[in-house]
Write a protein that binds this ligand. Sequence first.
Ligand code: ATP
Ligand code: MG
Length: 200
Amino acid sequence: MTQERAQRHRARMARRKARVDAGIAAAQQDKGLLLVLTGSGKGKSSSAFGMLARALGHGLRASVVQFIKGRSDTGEEAFFRRQPGVDWQVCGEGFTWETQDRERDIAAARTGWAVAARALADPAVNLVVLDELTYLFSYGYLDLSRALADIAARPPMQHVIITGRAAPQALIDAADTVSDIGDLKHAFRAGVRAQPGIDW
Ligand code: ATP
Ligand code: MG
């Protein structure tokens, strides 16, 4: 009985391996990817910074632009600013419900996109992280078609990661990889404040 079960398991795993190997063999292209990390759950920016760490580990050069930034004392900023190969720019002026100044937010968005566009035009930059970019579209601070045009015109091997809730459909359509991170539970709702190392 146990022998029969072990044999069935082996056969099933062999079939699975054949499927996985065929899938790997079929994916032979290299290209610069556009990734979108959206949704209302926790893990969008930290996923982007995880890929940033991977990229630097491979000796790639990266440019990070943070839009609509909440705080200037995050662990990721302190850490990545110390690393060679990263250009880290903060262009947001704080969350819009804190600044309550639409004109200033729009000006910051314009400046931010100019910085992003420079990175997107630079073939020496292998990875561009546009953190919290989606809010600029939600509030109408940045023209989506203009952003998509700059992204489409980037060097062919350059990767771009965009984070933020409520990614517009046209951005999802343009992307190669999209994750919609769901909010099943968050400690904040149980009264726990943001913890260094986990939340910032
Ligand atoms: P992280 O940077 O932790 O990956 P995120 O980029 O997915 O989070 P943001 O919307 O940018 O999420 O918010 C960043 C901060 O808000 C973090 O401190 C995060 O823990 C917190 N946060 C994220 N999602 C939620 C949520 N659903 N409820 C409460 N707080 C959240
Ligand atoms: Mg974020």
